[in-house]
Design a protein around this ligand. Sequence first.
Ligand code: FAD
Length: 415
Amino acid sequence: MSDINVDVLIIGAGPSGCVAASYLFKQGLKVKVLEKSKFPRFVIGESLLPRCMDHFEEVGLLACLEAQNFELKPGARFLRDDIVCNFDFSKKHTAGWDWTWQVPRADFDNTLAQELIKWGVDIRFQHEVLDVAFDADGNSVTTVKDQAGETYKVNAKFVVDSSGYGRVLPRLLNLDKPSSLPEHSSIFTHVKEPNRPEGEEGTLITFDVLDRDTWFWVIPFSNGVTSLGFVSKNEYIDSFEGSTTARMKQMIETSSYYKDRFRGLDFEFDPICIRNYSKAVSKLYGKGFVLTGNSAEFLDPVFSSGVTFATESALCSAKLIAKQLKGQQVDWDKEYVDYIMKGVNVFRTYVEEWYTGNLQTLFFHRPENPEIKRQICAVLAGYVWDETNPFVKKHNRIVANLAHLINMEKEEANG
Ligand code: FAD
């Protein structure tokens, strides 16, 4: 046993760890956050959804974020050939936030962590979790390596694994399982844009659909930097030759809409390639621990749901941990797993139907149906628990059925 005793140990100071820590700290619990890297640090995941604003607001983290003047994201644009599909979050079926931000995550995550430190939350940077051992009651002893390379131990009543791609507990407890989604990879970097187009064109987040499996994201930040990234099947990414820089430059040439804007700009860092990014686990909690955010499940970047699920799962689990540590009964299956998976499964359908092409058929069908668009827009804003929305309640058939109808109409029209 060590001398360091906490109520809740949180692994990782990304959005998931920070939201969990802020809620638990405000409940008067003794919290410790261990973060492997030194902040600010780069991580991908720069386009947020309106739903996560609810979480930051609830835990008192909105004001520090507002002070950063991040680029406002009032919607999202999807392009395919010469068809434009613009979603405006103020025109959505479900009540709730109608804007959010597009953010350089190094600054965004650091803002959250520094705010928690200001409140008095104990966050240790460059302290890496090496091992966690649980006893039969769920009490744990965590082995940590500090920046000097020394190891020490922490006793905790509960561990929140918010370690993102570190996947600490899934690795240590063998919880990883294959994702149900087809394998895709991504390659991305940042550019400085001294001559950004004026007005909306310069600030709008856009997904340029190059073919059914391949799309290009353009995410302008308020600091003059723009994030660029390609997503596709592994074969597509592998079909380009050379360094990641050489490959990314060739890929930019495949976007007829954007190639002139980004040709010749220097990359801020060598493009990073993440292969087979979808992740899943066999369970989301156990005695004395819970998995939140990317450490639990990651689907696909196409609808920017990662950070929102990171904060949704963090806040939901933090409430349950506080309840449990106060001696109340918690039904983790019902109150955590069922709730979180309900939302994850709605997005899973949308991701699957994106890559079958059915959702793309709906997005790019003309004329648009305003009511359908409002309902899909609420899903894209992250309001995926609102069962008054048929595109939530009947998610597993409505997209495929509508696409089928559109395709039949097209076939009839073509004789
Ligand atoms: P993270 O933000 O990854 O934070 C985890 C922290 O844990 C890190 O700081 C890490 O250093 C720390 N850690 C890891 N191991 C240890 C350890 N052993 N000890 C201590 N600390 C540790 N999401 C969006 O919402 N919008 C997007 O546009 C988007 N685009 C994406 C594009 C791609 C190509 C991919 C692959 C993902 C994208 N995502 C996006 C998903 C997004 O990256 C994640 O969902 C999000 O960062 C999850 O936040 P988190 O707090 O769970 O984890």
